[in-house]
Design a protein around this ligand. Structure first.
Ligand SMILES: [Zn+2]
Length: 59
């Protein structure tokens, strides 16, 4: 399974796409980082792949 992640542009914390997709918008989980991450910031290719295969990402 392809792992899709998004990296915070500020602190480099890596967030899994499924966490982002659940919330659409989330505050970066990095310590002391206030950056807001959005599912829409993922590359289009990754978003499409994720949405097509989203069942595989459910635990
Ligand atoms: Zn961050």
């Amino acid at each position: 399974m392809k792992i899709i992640t998004h990296e915070c542009p500020e602190c480099r914390t890596v967030v899994a796409a499924n966490e982002l997709e659940d919330n659409r918008v989330m505050k970066c989980p990095g310590k002391y980082c206030e950056t807001v991450l959005r599912f829409e910031e993922l590359p289009e290719e990754d978003r499409e792949f994720f949405l097509e295969n989203r069942d595989q990402y459910r635990l």
